[in-house]
Design a protein around this ligand. Structure first.
Ligand SMILES: Cc1cc2nc3c(=O)[nH]c(=O)nc-3n(C[C@H](O)[C@H](O)[C@H](O)COP(=O)(O)OP(=O)(O)OC[C@H]3O[C@@H](n4cnc5c(N)ncnc54)[C@H](O)[C@@H]3O)c2cc1C
Length: 390
């Protein structure tokens, strides 16, 4: 976990300080229990409390709402560090912040004020999480097929439908979920649904191939009633700002993948220096060096892309194409990295005790969730003007 020699010219003093804090926390508190959480211990509420104590959920939020007022790149560095030991914890944190970002970007001043003490500050303080629900059993990549219905009834919205694979949905501390619905007028509408909303059901956790430290569940809305007040902006600037938040989410998810990529490489380098075969160290074989240098090259490229996209976000410049490229490249590169590094470990790498076997399973979700690689390619093609999205 040694910092890259160019870190001082790549990042500002504040970014480096935040990175150091997250690195120390990951090394001392996240890494030690990661294997147990993977083996079945599941979500660790005390550990998430420590995430809050250190102020990590508030990294990129303004001081007026209780955040640290740092930039988006700083938060990406936090996610990268946590991703080195436990991608699932990184996803919990990333998704928790997305609900607050949606409210701050797509909510009215009245909504922000009303939800400051109940939703915004608790999430920023790490005492609560939020979830974001778009995917349905019959609608994932193709969001136009979303069927969860929201119908106005007096002063309420009444929701019916279900959402699949929702991160954080079943956590005891999950305060609310932003749910993408279709209104009776056929318009997409994001609605803030509190965890205790009548008619909201949350299924038991899915059994997943990895990311065992992260909570993933189906949500069911059966005449689920929430106040009309809970609808976020469905058009105009508020809607545009919410869409921009999706681009940020892609860059955040890519950051957790970069952490997993970097740690897999470090582990494989150490092992290849120690392990002997044919009277030589593994690292002396050119084929093994090939695995390591290809992984190192792609790590370098991933960080360059992620840093550029995050800087565009921080400068308020367009970044839709760059965010899609970053999500696509960094997640696919991390998947290749865990595969190569597991190969360097030989049979040891295939055993559950080897961290690299956990990384290999965990990273598999990164090229699917939050817009699969194939969909990111369409977004890039659209941004390059290859087809008219209308
Ligand atoms: C661990 C995990 C956590 C998740 N957390 C959340 C969450 O918090 N909130 C949420 O809303 N969702 C969440 N998801 C769901 C995730 O976003 C979807 O799985 C993803 O968008 C893909 O949708 P799908 O599974 O329905 O696959 P589909 O859309 O059915 O796609 C299946 C395959 O077909 C490909 N495909 C689809 N359309 C095309 C096309 N036009 N051209 C080429 N290929 C295509 C896809 O790329 C994919 O490879 C999570 C998923 C996982 C695995």
């Amino acid at each position: 976990m040694t910092p890259a020699p160019d870190a001082a010219i790549t990042y500002s003093d504040q970014q480096l300080a935040i990175q150091r804090l997250a690195r120390q926390f990951t090394r001392e508190e996240v890494a030690p229990g990661a294997a147990d959480r993977d083996a079945g211990a599941g979500f660790d509420y005390a550990l998430y409390g420590r995430v809050g104590d250190l102020g990590l959920p508030g990294t990129m939020f303004p001081e007026e709402v209780g955040g640290a007022g740092a930039d988006f790149l700083s938060f990406c560095l936090v996610l990268e560090e946590i991703g080195r030991a436990d991608i699932g914890l990184g996803w919990t944190l990333m998704v928790a912040t997305m609900g607050v970002s949606s409210i701050l970007s797509g909510g009215s001043a009245e909504q922000v004020e009303r939800w400051m003490d109940s939703y915004i500050r608790p999430v920023i303080d790490g005492k609560a999480t939020s979830a974001t629900a778009s995917t349905e059993p019959d609608a994932g990549s193709d969001t136009k097929r979303i069927k969860t219905r929201a119908v106005r009834d007096g002063d309420d919205w009444v929701l019916n439908g279900s959402k699949a694979f929702i991160t954080n949905a079943g956590l005891d501390i999950n305060a609310f979920t932003t749910v993408v619905c279709v209104t009776d007028e056929g318009r997409f509408q994001t609605i803030v649904v509190p965890r205790d909303a009548p008619g909201l059901g949350v299924a038991p956790p899915y059994r997943k191939m990895g990311l065992h430290s992260s909570d993933t569940r189906e949500m069911v809305f059966d005449d689920c009633r929430v106040p009309a007040f809970n609808a976020l902006a469905a058009e105009g600037d508020g809607r545009r700002r919410q869409v921009t938040e999706f681009f940020k989410a892609r860059t955040m998810l890519a950051s957790t993948a970069i952490g997993c990529h970097a740690e897999s490489l470090d582990l494989a380098m150490t092992y290849a220096r120690q392990r002997k075969a044919f009277n030589q160290r593994l690292v002396d074989f050119q084929y093994v060096q090939g695995h390591l240098v290809e992984t190192a090259l792609e790590l370098e490229l991933s960080r360059m892309m992620r840093d550029k996209t995050a800087r565009l976000v921080d400068a308020g410049l367009p970044h839709g194409k760059e965010a899609a490229m970053t999500k696509w490249f960094c997640c696919e590169a991390a998947k290749r990295a865990t595969d190569r590094c597991l190969q360097v470990f030989g049979g040891t790498g295939y055993m559950d005790e080897a961290p690299v076997s956990r990384y290999y399973r965990d990273i598999r979700a990164a090229t699917i969730a939050d817009g699969a690689t194939e969909i990111q390619k369409y977004i890039v093609a659209r941004e390059m003007g290859f087809f008219d999205p209308t």
